[in-house]
Write a protein that binds this ligand. Structure first.
Ligand SMILES: NC(=O)c1ccc[n+]([C@@H]2O[C@H](COP(=O)([O-])OP(=O)(O)OC[C@H]3O[C@@H](n4cnc5c(N)ncnc54)[C@H](OP(=O)(O)O)[C@@H]3O)[C@@H](O)[C@H]2O)c1
Length: 322
């Protein structure tokens, strides 16, 4: 697969979101299935794997997903880029330095990930009440220590990105971005492009909506399933967003691809610094999503698709909260 840069970290142009093996989309597969699915993705050319310390069933524990990712990638550790994330609350720095607190999170993640370094370390949310500049400075020290290669922020607007980037240059920003969540196009992506920061879209298939496989009849799971509250997936909004689903369906037919692939090919074609991390707990769909890198939209096809999309109203908006 072709590669792109997140800061100075080279990754496959489509990465793999590993969250659903532990959290967010209902029942989780057996561990061996998840490990095999991750290894298959790596053999298929994927080199970016995304996890977080908090991804555990029901968000009730710590580290379930990191353990799976660590087990899967241990044999190929030097060939892949592992990205993980941590939260930091002000109570954790009451009696010690921010650096020590961040390092404690990192060391626990490294142990679960069976590695001596994390390639890309994200602050998961900036809401913990710790001064961002202090965290950025700690990240700079961790880079100097050789414990991380680069750092990133998640769900942040451009003023926050700028404050952090001035202290320790960011490698990546991980925000929600898809055909139905386009806030980042206004200021975040232009800033990132200008400053050589990668933009890693999470939920790039809008939690399944853009695959065209979700209908008003689809029943979501009752336990630990984000689709029960993702705004675009309410019955009324699925109906409202049908023109976008139809548009993708038309292109899929024309390009002999799937709707999910077209939605990923669209963002790859639109911005050179975008590296989506679609998530799936299904081995076949993981391959399908990685193969979106092979779907090339011509200039004409891209412009027509983008313009048609701009004419569609989007029903439901998640934004930077949650
Ligand atoms: N930074 C943050 O705050 C944050 C928040 C959320 C997620 N993330 C990261 O971003 C990654 C991706 O997010 P996400 O999982 O919400 O994204 P997503 O890929 O937009 O949505 C996943 C959902 O779409 C379905 N799906 C995926 N590909 C499909 C396809 N080709 N055809 C039909 N259905 C398909 C999956 O079902 P199946 O599993 O049945 O295939 C699953 O229900 C996560 O794994 C996580 O690493 C980060």
């Amino acid at each position: 697969m072709k590669t792109r840069l997140l800061g100075n970290i080279e990754v496959s142009e489509i990465g793999m979101g590993c969250m659903a093996f532990s959290h967010g989309y209902g029942k989780i597969p057996p561990e061996e299935y998840s490990v095999e699915a991750i290894r298959n993705a790596q053999r298929h050319g994927c080199t970016l794997f995304d996890t977080a310390e908090v991804y555990s069933p029901g968000l009730a524990g710590i580290g379930h997903n990191e353990r799976i990712v660590g087990k899967a990638l241990e044999p190929v550790r030097d060939d892949v880029v592992i990205a993980t994330k941590f939260f930091l609350d002000r109570s954790e720095v009451r009696h010690g330095s921010v650096y020590d607190a961040v390092r404690a999170h990192l060391e626990a993640s490294m142990e679960r990930l069976r590695t001596d370094r994390v390639d890309l370390y994200y602050l998961h949310r900036t809401s913990g009440g710790v001064r961002l500049e202090d965290i950025a400075e700690a990240m700079g020290r961790l880079i100097a220590d050789g414990l991380i290669r680069g750092w990133g922020l998640s769900q942040v607007d451009v003023d926050v990105i700028d404050r952090a980037h001035r202290v320790t240059p960011l490698s990546a920003v991980q925000n929600i971005y898809s055909m139905v969540e386009r806030d980042v196009e206004k200021a975040v992506i232009p800033y990132c492009l200008e400053n050589h920061i990668g933009l890693v879209p999470f939920s790039p298939i809008a939690s399944g909506l853009l695959s065209g496989k979700i209908t008003t009849e689809t029943k979501f799971e009752t336990y630990d399933d984000v689709r029960t509250w993702v705004p675009q997936l309410s019955r009324a909004n699925i109906r409202g967003n049908q023109p976008i689903i139809d548009l993708l369906g038309d292109y899929a037919e024309k390009k002999q691809a799937t709707s999910a692939q077209i939605s990923l090919a669209w963002m790859l074609r639109k911005y050179s610094n975008v590296v989506p991390i679609p998530g799936s707990k299904n081995k076949e769909r993981i391959m399908e999503n990685l193969d979106a890198a092979e779907v090339e939209l011509t200039d004409e096809e891209f412009s027509a698709l983008d313009e048609a999309l701009n004419r569609c109203r989007v029903y439901g908006h998640r934004g930077f909260t949650r």
